[in-house]
Design a protein around this ligand. Structure first.
Ligand code: GNR
Ligand code: NI
Length: 167
């Protein structure tokens, strides 16, 4: 397994729209394993393939306390449900930035699992929020897109400054 590099905002590659997976083969399963390792080591509660510069429709999530409830979704199709709710979001591509975002509190996801079988999941709460956040990544969308352009500009400047210091 391998820990993959996570693209940092405002890297333009984060804006790439991901393409559907045709066949779930060994290469896809290896990518999913590497995404889990990358997510757990970060640590984060989810990761989209887009964030590791692989523009395929694959996301992994684990919102459990014990980090022992992994979910992988290939070609996820979302149905939003329930009520709007506001929660603080963060993103591994925007380290140290946390801002409130309004999302639906329930979702239904149809996808393919790591064995290539169709699967349906109904989720609520943090899992529902995380699924929406990850599906946005596959469209090239980031949680800061829901903020005002002024806030987004301040965040971009702050992160670019951090990245210059790290370089
Ligand atoms: O680790 C993460 N935490 C988080 C918190 C609130 C809402 C969404 C998230 S997802 C994020 C990991 C990440 O960037 N996934 O794309
Ligand atoms: Ni994210």
């Amino acid at each position: 397994m391998a820990i993959l590099d996570i693209l940092q905002y405002p890297d333009p590659r984060l804006r790439t729209k991901a393409q559907p997976v045709d066949i779930v083969d060994e290469q896809i399963r290896t990518l999913i394993d590497d995404m889990y390792e990358t997510m757990y080591s970060a640590p984060g509660i989810g990761l989209a393939a887009s964030q590791v510069d692989v523009h395929k429709r694959i996301i992994v999530i684990d919102v459990s306390e014990n980090r022992d409830e992994p979910h992988a979704f290939i070609n996820p199709e979302l149905q939003l449900d329930g009520e709007p709710m506001e929660t603080e979001e963060g993103c591994l591509s925007l380290p140290g930035i946390y801002e409130p975002v309004t999302r639906f509190d329930r979702v239904r996801v149809e996808s393919i699992d790591r064995n290539g079988r169709p699967a349906t999941l109904e989720a609520e709460g943090t899992l529902a929020v995380c699924i929406q956040h990850e599906c946005d990544h596959l469209e090239g969308k980031l949680f800061v897109d829901y903020l005002s352009s002024l806030k987004r500009m301040r965040i971009r400047k702050k992160l670019q400054k951090q990245q210059r210091i790290q370089a």
